[in-house]
Ligand binder design. Structure first.
Ligand SMILES: [Zn+2]
Length: 366
């Protein structure tokens, strides 16, 4: 049973069916109505609640005006059909902490004993969901769905390309989906543990007559779905722009998806999603380069080492050696898929180098 859906339906019901209020009151005799309405409002505006309603935990407890049964004595606990939900932000914003809960509380039922939430919740907690990884399926509609639901690969969401208004959920956000594989970004590895995976139906690429990868374009309506979905997830878990990534960013030697036609810049410009560089910074770094000198120096081991260090500093899993190999050239290619999509040959040109420096300036590792 989808507990989130229960609560959402329940909230809608409460708002749109005033005449059935008495019936609702019987069901909800243990919940103050004001608590419920706060809960619904919080669900509808999760991003705002994160910034504006953070309360120190002790204050949150003493402010509860509602009579509540033993075992559910904390503000923010809502019980519906025997399932407890926790909806209140107890994060300490002064520490940039992040503890907003959305959805049901999963609790043990030890035989012969009772789990109570008299001291719930502890302040020290955060979300496991730190990353959002975007993919294309490289398959058509039907096969995408079959592979992602019936085989050993999966994703939390699958965005179809049918022009409708549906997005398929395949895995609970609190569980691991098998989408990233061997992966790394900055200090983190094995990103299946800490990420939400979104698969987008798209047929990927074919090699043309000279071996260049030619990618399939993404549909505009499909991208609207992706944007809305990414925004919703990133807002709820407060996933920073530096952690909204392509599969090729976190597995550059193995993966190309979602490829150079994925509209990262458009998502950044129109929806404030993910990372993009400031053009003025890029131009400044470009102006510092002597084009002729750059062409002769770019194959020196000192420069190659500097570029590889910069890619690592930005977040890519690369071992700086001072020489280009087949493997670490793919890291440059992955960088270009994301940030320099006009040219993805894996060769550092002045533009790619300037963009990389501009990004490091804007998104330094803490
Ligand atoms: Zn992928």
């Amino acid at each position: 049973m989808n507990q989130k859906k229960i609560l959402k339906n329940f909230c809608n019901f409460e708002i749109s069916n005033q005449s059935k209020f008495e019936f609702m009151s019987k069901i909800l005799y243990i919940i103050g109505l004001s608590t419920l309405m706060v809960s619904c409002a919080a669900q509808n505006t999760p991003a705002k609640s994160s910034a504006s309603t953070a309360q120190p935990p002790k204050q949150a407890v003493t402010q509860n005006p509602n009579p509540v049964p033993a075992g559910s004595q904390q503000t923010g606990l809502v019980t519906f059909q025997g399932v407890e939900f926790y909806k209140q932000n107890i994060g300490d914003i002064s520490k940039n902490d992040n503890t907003i809960s959305h959805g049901s509380i999963v609790t043990a039922s030890p035989q012969g004993f009772r789990v109570v939430k008299r001291y719930f919740p502890a302040v020290g907690q955060n979300f496991r969901q730190k990353y959002l990884i975007l993919h294309y399926t490289a398959l058509d509609e039907d096969r995408s769905l079959r592979v992602l639901t019936e085989q050993s690969v999966s994703a939390h969401y699958l965005v179809n390309n049918l022009g409708d208004n549906e997005i398929y959920q395949l895995v609970d956000e609190n569980k691991r989906a098998y989408h990233a594989g061997i992966s790394a970004w900055r200090k983190d590895i094995n990103l299946n543990d800490t990420s939400i995976g979104i698969e987008i139906v798209n047929t990927g690429y074919v090699n043309d007559s000279i071996g260049k990868k030619v990618f399939a374009p993404f549909d505009a309506k499909q991208m609207q779905k992706v944007a809305a979905l990414v925004k919703d997830i990133a807002d709820r878990y407060q996933i920073p722009p530096t952690n909204i990534l392509a599969h090729s960013d976190v597995a550059p030697t193995r993966k190309q998806d979602p490829g150079p036609l994925f509209p990262w810049k458009k998502l950044y410009d129109e929806y404030q999603i993910g990372m993009w560089y400031n053009d003025a910074d890029k131009q400044r770094y470009l102006a510092q380069l002597n084009p002729e000198l750059f062409m002769t120096e770019r194959n020196s081991s000192t420069f190659i080492y500097t570029v590889q260090r910069a890619l690592k500093e930005f977040g890519y899993d690369i071992n700086p050696t001072g020489a280009w190999t087949k493997e670490n050239t793919k890291v440059v290619e992955a960088f270009q898929y994301h940030f320099r999509p006009e040219n993805y040959d894996g060769i550092i040109d002045a533009e790619t180098w300037a963009i990389l420096q501009a990004l490091i300036q804007k998104y330094p590792q803490k």
